[in-house]
Design a protein around this ligand. Structure first.
Ligand code: GLU
Length: 432
């Protein structure tokens, strides 16, 4: 494998866009609102507002030049009342403890909405994988597993890929864990390569989940997919597969972006050409003479806007300028709570991240089930079960929104906290 092939395709940089104010605050405010609507006593909010467990680790890594660099890493386990915790590990220079805690909470909600037997978790390491060699990345991945090994495991907490981590990193982490435990335990981590017990359909799962969500919205709004003009921010793993699926279904993908900027063509972009000619870092905008800033792309005329890169890109500063009818949040936390209020006023439907991008963790669950059974499924079966699960979850959130007269984001929080609250109550952790 070349050094470049492990460089992640998710190339959006946080510095390109307006930074998310405080993801943990975002999480807590929405959580408070949802638990208020459900009439839960304040102790429920007090319990769920932060992870049950949070580990901060120092990982010394020998760099290729012989020096030792100490990296800072985290693992947050939000709630394990319904089962082991589950969630990815991100490698990114802007990782913060607050962000990891919020992301772990969002994973609990995702697992609640999709009815998976898990609570949420998330890990992160402050590093820039784009400036590290494969060997350095391997040593860092193995060092992280050694540092958190006591609190993770197939029946405790199951990691997976997230921003800038991929199946090769999962393979190194699995190998390190197997060495520590002295037995083969493929169910320790998901998003693995197929030969190490990965699942068919895991790599495309998040994009397929977003696509199935969009198909449901197209039925509800009575806009056929073929008539949709779509802007996708981010041409990483999720954005690029999604662009391909939408193009194949006859939608017009009018805008895409990468770390260098965005491109927009009201007549629709030639997606197969972009996929064919992107470079090994997933950059496509270099194929064009004219680029626009990422922020400008979000404000372009379209039917559906899909932020598929990073958090905090739609805020109170730009929400008023959006010219779409629907926002599908493929990234984690791309729209702030204040922005959603402004979009509600403009009658723009926002399908929240914790529902729309749950395809990844759904198929991670299928991968874990297959590992536990030692029996592997076909890609068609994985897809069929993914579609069934995300459709049921979408309809539950949609009905909850109508029932309580709230937007889909609030409804998703309501659906997301019900199960962990009930499990925590039955375990005697909260009493009401
Ligand atoms: N990192 C992905 C997410 O944010 C997947 C998590 C998983 O598969 O456990 O949903």
């Amino acid at each position: 494998m070349t050094n470049q092939s492990v460089k992640m395709k998710n190339t959006e940089s946080k510095k390109e866009v307006i930074a998310q104010d405080n993801p943990l605050k975002e999480f807590q405010e929405s959580l408070k609102e949802a638990s208020g609507i459900l009439n839960y006593p304040t102790e429920v909010f007090d319990f769920l507002k932060k992870p049950m467990r949070f580990l901060e680790v120092s990982i010394p890594v020998q760099m290729d030049d012989g020096t030792t660099k100490v990296f800072e890493g985290y693992r947050a386990q939000h709630n394990d009342a319904t089962g082991p915790t589950k969630g990815g590990i991100r490698f990114h220079p802007d990782v913060t403890p607050e962000e990891v805690k919020a992301l772990a909470g969002w994973m609990s909600l995702k697992c609640g909405i999709t009815d998976l037997p898990y609570g949420g978790a998330k890990g992160g390491i402050i590093c820039d994988p784009r400036n590290m060699s494969l060997q350095e990345l391997e040593r860092l991945s193995r060092g992280y597993v050694r540092a958190v090994s006591q609190i993770v495991g197939p029946t405790k907490d199951i990691p997976a890929p997230d921003m800038y981590t991929n199946s090769q990193i999962m393979a190194w982490m699995l190998d390190e864990y197997d060495h520590i435990r002295e037995f083969d335990s493929p169910g320790f981590i998901t998003g693995k390569p197929l030969v190490l017990g990965g699942s068919e359909g895991r790599e495309t799962a998040t994009s397929k989940g977003v696509l199935y969500t969009l198909q449901l919205v197209s039925e509800l709004k009575n806009i056929p997919i073929q008539d949709m003009r779509v802007v996708i921010q981010g041409f990483g793993n999720v954005g690029s597969y999604l662009a391909q699926y939408l193009y194949d279904l006859g939608a017009k993908v009018v805008g895409v972006s990468d770390v260098l900027g965005g491109v927009y063509d009201p007549n629709g972009l030639d997606i197969p050409y972009l996929l064919e000619n992107r470079d090994s870092f997933g950059i496509v905008t270099n194929l064009f003479t004219e680029k626009i800033p990422n922020q400008e792309l979000l404000e372009k005329e379209c039917d559906v806007l899909i932020p598929a890169a990073i958090g905090g890109v739609i805020t109170k500063h730009n929400a008023d300028r959006l010219k779409c009818k629907i926002v599908i949040e493929a990234a984690n936390g791309p729209t702030t709570k204040e922005a959603i209020k402004l979009l509600d006023k403009k009658d723009i439907l926002v399908v929240p991240d914790i529902l729309a991008n749950s395809g990844g963790v759904i198929v991670s669950y299928f991968e874990w089930c297959q590992n536990n059974q030692g029996y592997y499924w076909s890609e068609d079966l994985v897809d069929e079960r993914l579609k069934e699960k995300i459709t049921t979850s979408f309809l539950n959130v949609y009905h909850t929104a109508n029932h309580f007269g709230v937007n889909m984001k609030t409804a998703a929080y309501i659906e997301g906290i019900r199960k962990i609250t009930e499990a925590s109550r039955l375990r005697g952790w909260v009493r009401f």
